[in-house]
Design a protein around this ligand. Structure first.
Ligand SMILES: O=C(O)CCC(=O)C(=O)O
Ligand SMILES: [Fe+2]
Length: 330
């Protein structure tokens, strides 16, 4: 059992009974004020599609190294897509005990931001030997984006904002990243992902039945074990920033297992690349900055610039070599 609350999106989807929507908004506020983490049901992700994603991902990571190398991230160039090997990402300064695949919004070569050479924009890399992966990943991303957009109407309600506040200000052209992580079983427990916070607005996590995710609540570290049919949702730095720290972007980490390898599938639903994230007027006067206690000692409130600039600065830390190749002017 986990101490995290379970929230059901169904009332917002039906959109009818305002007392049920108000109750959900209050539950969202309580969760975002407390640990910034909760389980989400009624999210609309098709279980058969999820099962297909899991089976295909297992086949991908079980393939010979040479087949995975064909998708290595350096082939993705500025788009920051593809496969990275075990230890290839340094979430909190140490190599993580995971390998993974990075995806984002599939953009054609003639898209204005791709033509302009904008980092993190472009086409995904797909394995020719696993053709079902492409339609499956794109369908999962579309369903998770719908769930995130709907959840944001509830977050807006919880902050006394108009239901379409986030879509009209930040997520009409959301930055969307999707990852598939494979954490191998390790001889001794170690860190699959080091302590960190997520960078954007919302993260929706699909995971298999192994577990390992841990969340730093006000009462200490707790497990966020898999719960059948539920996603794990957490809020990121930009929602912390928008609310002046009223809603907290909470540190979390993943412990590797000695018994079983694990698959997880985080989907990041973030502000538009060019959006500047300004604190909500009602929160701006009373910003509570936790930089001194944060895992990276960074302030999400002092930052000035666009979400794209914020994200690139983070990428520089977790993939230093890659960032050197994609930074503006490189
Ligand atoms: O794999 C997980 O359970 C969490 C991954 C994570 O925290 C992240 O990718 O930001
Ligand atoms: Fe995370």
């Amino acid at each position: 059992m986990s101490a995290l609350p379970v929230l059901d999106l169904t009332p917002l989807r039906q959109g009818a009974d305002s007392s049920a929507c108000d109750a959900l908004a209050r539950a969202i506020a309580a969760a975002c004020r407390d640990s910034g983490f909760f389980y989400l049901v009624g999210h609309g992700l098709d279980p058969a599609l999820q099962a297909r994603l899991e089976a295909l991902s297992r086949r991908f990571f079980a393939a010979p190294e040479a087949d995975k190398q064909a998708l290595a991230m350096h082939h993705g160039g500025r788009a920051w897509r593809g496969w990275f090997p075990l230890g290839g990402e340094l979430t909190s300064g140490q190599p993580d005990l995971k390998e993974g695949l990075y995806f984002g919004t599939e953009l054609p070569a003639d898209h204005p931001r791709v033509r302009a050479g904008t980092p993190l924009h472009g086409a995904n890399l797909w394995p020719a030997w696993l053709p079902e992966l492409r339609p499956t990943v794109l369908a999962v991303m579309a369903q998770l984006a719908d769930a995130a957009q709907l959840l944001l109407t509830g977050v807006a309600r919880s902050l006394d904002l108009a239901p379409d506040y986030f879509r009209s200000h930040y997520t009409g052209d959301a930055t969307q990243l999707f990852r598939i992580f494979h954490y191998p079983a390790t001889p001794q427990t170690g860190w699959g992902v080091g302590e960190h916070t997520d960078y954007g607005l919302l993260t929706l996590l699909v995971q298999d039945d192994v577990g390992g995710l841990q969340v730093k609540t006000p009462r200490g570290w707790i497990d966020a074990p898999p719960r059948p049919g539920a996603l794990v949702c957490n809020i990121g730095d930009m929602l912390d920033r928008l609310t002046g720290g009223w809603y907290r972007s909470t540190p979390h980490r993943v412990r590797s297992s000695t018994r079983s390898d694990r698959l997880s599938f985080p989907f990041f639903f973030d502000p538009a690349w060019d959006a500047e994230i300004v604190p909500l007027p009602r929160r701006a006067a009373d910003i509570s900055d936790d930089a001194a206690e944060r895992w990276d000692r960074a302030s999400v409130h002092a930052f000035r610039g666009t979400y794209g600039e914020y994200l690139l600065a983070k990428v520089a830390r977790v993939f230093p070599a890659l960032h050197a190749a994609v930074r503006p002017g490189a």
